[in-house]
Design a protein around this ligand. Structure first.
Ligand SMILES: Nc1ncnc2c1ncn2[C@@H]1O[C@H](COP(=O)(O)OP(=O)(O)OP(=O)(O)O)[C@@H](O)[C@H]1O
Ligand SMILES: [Mg+2]
Length: 360
């Protein structure tokens, strides 16, 4: 096991810069998840960690050793990709043993390591099968088995679950987390799925357009997004955003929406009277209010899932999502009032997107 430090790292492909100065610290044994929209540079960064892509500027250290000029095989990492590319003509056992054979390990230790990995991954009864005789989830497990047998200092995962159907993805997500709790190997996991990031990570790194927007523990990012992008990216259904103007008199602050509705905001908000802001509130922080109390909205669609009710409604041209634990039989066109939990609301500068409320 080892810590990972990424310092002021940049990457150019020709004259195009795709990583623009990234700093990430990953503790020994930590499960870090890089998340962000397509094209933001997640795979590129992971490939630089693996040694598959040159580092244009900056430094990457694994276990305290700078690896910039080290070959992939010297870095003691194992990578699991999206398309797991098993050898079709080899059994599960041989697929998992292959890298150890190449490294000229002895037969007995190969058998022992493959069997241990197969045990961890629930593959013990499948060791004699060929990849074509396996389900997608089993194949993905074999791909992870190939990484585990090498007992590397760091695991790198690049969207390993994206070829699986939704149900299997959820199951495998739990399995990878269990595996990590058992092996405690430092891991860097790339995904564009923020739920995967939230549920698996010790540390989430939110990237956009080659930079790190914010990094921290999942619930810290959820509760204290540093800017509009992170606020909108983390959380499902996503945070609601309504354009507003900040109104303040002394210590008191409110927001005013375009229809004149005013609502209180957390007391420690920054910003000046008249400043254009974006008001943010998560769907679960909206309760049903009485007329005159909260945000008056017109119902568009009601989606009962059984466990809860999601209501989509419209206010001043903005669509709002609210989630209720209880059941409601609103119909389209109903007027309902949504009352935010004021202490849980967020405010962002409309220009820069920076958070104006620091939640403790
Ligand atoms: N070999 C290359 N040559 C030129 N540009 C590249 C190369 N590889 C990646 N890029 C560009 O770098 C940017 C980052 O790509 P990268 O694959 O790291 O994104 P990603 O965050 O992994 O996206 P996705 O979620 O779609 O996998 C993209 O704009 C991509 O087009
Ligand atoms: Mg990618």
């Amino acid at each position: 096991m080892a810590s990972v430090q990424i310092q002021a790292v940049q990457k150019y492909f020709g004259s195009t810069q795709v990583i623009r100065g990234v700093d990430i610290d990953i503790d020994d044994g930590q499960f870090a998840v890089l998340v962000g929209p397509s094209g933001c540079g997640k795979s590129t960064l992971l490939r630089m960690l693996a040694g598959l892509e040159e580092i244009s500027e900056g430094e990457i250290a694994i276990g305290g050793r700078v690896v910039n000029n080290m070959q992939p095989k010297e870095r003691d990492i194992a990578m699991v990709f999206q398309n797991y590319a098993l050898y079709p003509h080899m059994t599960v056992f041989d697929n998992m043993a292959f890298s150890l054979l190449l490294a000229r390990s002895d037969k007995a230790s190969i058998r022992q390591r493959v069997e241990k990995a197969a045990d961890i991954l629930g593959l013990k009864d499948l060791l004699d099968r060929y990849p074509r005789q396996l389900s997608g989830g089993q194949r993905q497990r074999v791909a992870m088995g190939r990484a585990i047998v090498r007992d590397p200092q760091v695991f790198l995962f690049d969207e390993p679950l994206s070829n699986l159907d939704a149900k299997l993805r959820v199951q495998m997500r739990t399995e990878i987390k269990e595996m990590h709790q058992r092996l405690k190997t430092t891991s860097v996991y790339v995904t564009h799925d923020q739920i995967e990031a939230m549920t698996m990570a010790d540390q989430i790194v939110v990237m956009r357009d080659g930079v790190v927007e914010q990094r921290g523990k999942p619930l810290d990012l959820y509760d204290r997004p540093a800017n509009l992008f992170v606020a909108g990216f983390i959380g499902s259904p996503a945070m609601n955003f309504i354009p507003a103007t900040l109104r303040r008199k002394g210590m008191d602050a409110e927001v005013e929406f375009s229809d004149g509705t005013r609502l209180p905001v957390p007391t420690n908000v920054e910003g000046m009277d008249g400043q254009k802001v974006i008001y943010g509130v998560r769907p679960e922080h909206l309760a049903l209010g009485q007329p005159g109390d909260g945000i008056p909205t017109g119902v568009i669609v009601v989606e009962p899932t059984g466990a809860d009710t999601q209501v989509y409604s419209r206010f001043c041209g903005t669509e709002l999502t609210s989630v209720f634990r209880e059941r409601h039989d609103f119909t389209a066109g109903d007027l309902i009032h949504l009352r935010p939990d004021h202490q849980q609301t967020h405010l962002f500068d409309a220009g820069t997107g920076r958070a104006l409320v620091q939640h403790d």
